[in-house]
Design a protein around this ligand. Structure first.
Ligand code: C2E
Ligand code: MG
Ligand code: MG
Length: 298
């Protein structure tokens, strides 16, 4: 379950987090040591080939056909085994390592997606998570352009996911950067929609193609009174702005059926598949890919 925010802008300062987590000096020291150990290990993880991308399929809700895939970073540490992104991405962000790692993620996702197309699979769009620090780099658009050019992937098959907090930071500075990205031809989506400090006037001005409905809303559909109406309103809002709606964390048939009735466009979650290795993801591409439905250009 994704309970920890992992894109820096939403995490509390480390000193506060540590103070709140435990008053015991021994525990604090152990946590500090663990943090330093992971940071040091993360520094060489890319070169040692310990990082990889897993892919979680996304499906069209109406037809249950494969619509795309979200690339999710995995760290297989030689001693610790699989370390969760919730644990290491905040460390990568704090140390600035997220910038080179994030560039590698972009390159690798583009490379892999192009390879799939070359191997004859129906083209799908791969979504890549972008952290605040990456987006803040002045040359971010050119990093994206280079990743596309180096791989040969057409920009329409790349989607960049950013949270509300990243997208709404300072529209005066970042608005032109988003416009540059749109000029490249990539798709933009707002991740974890509904969990940040949303400003509706800014949402209207953002050149975003999709809204991703955050896991708690999907979970709340049949658990929390009022959530159904809330999700209904989010879908209507997104559609009125010409955006696609993607539900995250779909775990049951009942949730899928409710999302279908609400007119949600796409869904991902354990009901279909967890994120799997590039090799394993070929299995569902073989089985379920189909021509993408027409999407309104924005
Ligand atoms: P996210 O982008 O919102 O990704 C969705 C998370 O929900 C993933 O967790 C996914 O495995 C998990 N999930 C998928 N299906 C279900 C479900 O049915 N139920 C529930 N409860 N959860 C589901 P994961 O892979 O642990 O990643 C956590 C977060 O780490 C991501 O959240 C994203 O914010 C961050 N992250 C992962 N890869 C990258 C990356 O390459 N770069 C950056 N900057 N952040 C990344
Ligand atoms: Mg995401
Ligand atoms: Mg999300």
């Amino acid at each position: 379950m994704k309970s920890t925010r992992t894109r820096g802008e939403e995490t509390e300062p480390r000193s506060i987090a540590l103070a709140a987590s435990d008053d015991q000096p021994d525990t604090r020291l152990a946590e500090e040591r663990e943090h330093r150990y992971l940071e040091e290990q993360l520094r060489g993880a890319l070169e040692r080939g310990e990082l990889s991308l897993y892919y979680q399929p996304q499906f069209e809700v109406r037809t249950v056909r494969l619509a795309g895939s979200e690339a999710l970073l995995r760290w297989n540490h030689p001693v610790r085994g699989m370390i969760s992104p919730a644990q290491f991405i905040p460390i990568a962000e704090e140390s600035g390592l997220i910038v080179p790692i994030g560039t590698w993620v972009l390159q690798e996702a583009c490379r892999q997606n192009y390879l799939w197309q070359q191997a004859g699979y129906d083209p799908i769009r791969v979504a890549v998570n972008i952290s605040a620090q990456q987006f803040a780099q002045v040359d971010f658009s050119s990093t994206v352009a280079k990743a596309l050019a180096a791989s040969g992937l057409d920009a329409r098959y790349l989607e960049l996911e950013m949270t509300e907090m990243v997208l709404m930071r300072d529209i005066r500075i970042f608005g032109p950067r988003l416009a540059n990205l749109k000029t490249l031809g990539v798709q933009l989506s707002m991740d974890d929609f509904g969990s940040g400090a949303l400003s509706l006037p800014e949402l209207v001005r953002l050149p975003v193609d999709s809204l991703k409905i955050d896991v708690p809303f999907v979970r709340g559909l049949n658990e929390t009174p009022g959530t159904l109406r809330l999700v209904n309103a989010i879908v209507a809002l997104g559609h009125s702005l010409g955006m696609n709606l993607i539900a995250e964390g779909v775990e049951t048939e009942e949730q899928l059926e409710q999302l279908r009735q609400l007119g949600c466009d796409k869904a991902q979650g354990y009901l279909f598949s967890a994120a799997v290795s590039a090799n394993d993801s070929e299995d569902y591409q073989r089985l379920t890919a189909g021509p993408p439905e027409q999407e309104e250009p924005r």
